[in-house]
Design a protein around this ligand. Sequence first.
Ligand code: ADP
Ligand code: MG
Length: 729
Amino acid sequence: MSNIRTEAVRELFSRKPISVESPGAKVSDYFGTATFGLETMKKYLPGEAFEKVKQAVDTWGYIDRRVADAVAAAMKAWAMEMGVTHYTHWFHPLNGSTAEKHDAFFEMGLEGKVFEHFSGNALIQQEPDASSFPSGGIRNTFEARGYTAWDPSSPAFIVDKTLCIPTVFLSYTGEALDFKAPLLKSLYALDKAAVDVCQYFDKNVNKVVATLGWEQEYFLVDAALYHARPDLILTDRTLMGHASAKDQQLADHYFGSIPERVTAFMKDLEFECYKLGIPIRTRHNEVAPNQFECAPVYEEANLAVDHNQLLMDMMKRVARKHHFRVLLHEKPYKGINGSGKHNNWSLLTNTGVNLLAPGTTPKTNLQFLTFLINTIKAVHDHADLLRASVMSAGNEHRLGAHEAPPAIISVFIGQYLTRILNEIEARVPSDKMTPDEKTELKLDIGKIPEILLDNTDRNRTSPFAFTGNRFEFRAVGSSVNCAAPMTMLNSAMASQLREFKNQVETEIDKGIKKDEAIFRVLRRYIIHSKKILFEGNGYSDDWIAEAAERGLSNVKDTPEALKAYIHPSAIEMLDRLNVLTERELYARYDIRLEMFTKKLQIEARVLGDLAINHIIPTVIKYQNRLIENVKGLKEILPAGEFADAASYQLNSIRKISKHKALILEMVTEMINQRKLANHLEDVRDRAEAYNTKVKHYLNEIRFHIDKLELIVDDDLWPLPKYRELLFTR
Ligand code: ADP
Ligand code: MG
């Protein structure tokens, strides 16, 4: 017998690691060589223009046309030396991927003479024919087009002989149609607010950037097996498949040796990343079989986001070369750990101070505590918005599923810091502090660093954990653009720091000394935000009950979670900070709902098709074999022996009929529900209908298919099984 599955497995056994050549002896020989970074820019740009660009980037300033022309000329000169023929504005549309439209450098002059040309205009602004990118109704396809505009803070780079220029994507009325524009605005707001607060501690601080180090988890699957699974091809996850006899119970994959073929892939990926200036550093196996992770050295958040988008794209390209497919879905396999993308986030000053790292003196530690406690309050006050920023059809499978950070947002800070916060709460008086009290408090916070080192982490179950010198937002899904959660976190923090500054000033106006005013406000925040601090096991049922008692929200489904985007408090805050307007938020809300609906719609269709075209015909074939066998037995055996000899077959025939009937019935019901849902006009109603009326069939139908997988002859089963997808390399 041979079918697409057995063919695929055969192909797999002939695989050999693809040999990869290093592009240079040392990483430093080729790191960033495919980017138009500062060093390259310096070499190709006149000194004055270079300074202007640098200054504009540092001060969020404007780049005038003349400088843009100079940059364009420099970029072109460099790119042509690198063999580049085309350029593109590279942007992050709201459907989560990245988009580009390639234009050739050459232009036709008079008398058909061809020459290479790239102007400042072409660098700064483009009009992609982008009518099919989601805009949530902002950009009516017929009346106006969007345009892309250069982001000078992220270096241009070369992929496949094309110069890619990072850009924002806006409508003609100025609304953001992408992820990058609001991210940049949130970084700006955070910079201003954080610098203001830093002034209490160090007058030399004039710029604060958010830093981001993402940890990208992913699965690899062999290309042949992948192609034998229409569900993987079309939905990036398996919609059926019985658990393998062995899965991750031994946890023997975690930190185990990386298989040769995978190592070759990783090396190749690293080479490509280094050329693009993406500083990926760690690579290791994850908990689940065939699951891996890579993480870079952290960077300024906007650059880190671009690098993550680029990495995901490179992963797909490089995987192909190695006859793998990379699965970025949050939950490709039922019963197997899903994939996340931890976002390690902190704040860095122009003076080189990490504001979330304990310092060495009482003064720097008060600064540390200020930023720590303000982060806690920001997360406390905007937990719903943070959850909304990461909730999706894919991530729903992780959050609230007892294996990933739960849908309850809580903050872990470790025992030692918890104690410090408790002390501040207990010891900062509501009236004036005595000099002794001040000294004592200061001495205590002066001791933070050495003890903290032993106390950081390792609570892996918290969605938002302090890990020694940064916070780690772990609820982010593996496939998403980190810009969304980063935008919300930066904004929440910016808003919080502004409030802090105002409240401290109010205290100071009342005649309270600065340090004491800070302590007072922090103490209030500790009391206010206490309920979000949780040190226990976030995966446990006890926590769900406790969180409910504490009044923390626990929202597991996407349509409900997304409502936080249009909650008056979110609209007020994001509008006040000039990050997103009400209209932009509504647009995002609608787009995310629509994405949710479409994902479920595709999954439901694929499952229905697979059930009808793959599974039912297969089980009928097997059932016929059993029937033939039973008939034969009846013919040759004496009546007394027949019943025994045929009992297993008869039983299986009945079981198959039962499961088959249920599958058919449910597929029909699911199709009907889908049709009803599709007829609903309003995106919200449609998402809700998919959520409550369609979604559950995916599990219910799969249950019966998975049962059939255990009954039917292995030879006949058409889809690669979990043991093959997960354990073969
Ligand atoms: P773990 O798996 O233990 O969480 P990793 O080493 O895999 O740790 O990832 C840690 C990530 O945190 C890396 O990307 C690292 O660069 C990042 N990181 C470290 N310090 C900071 C910081 N100050 N700001 C942002 N990210 C940071
Ligand atoms: Mg981590």
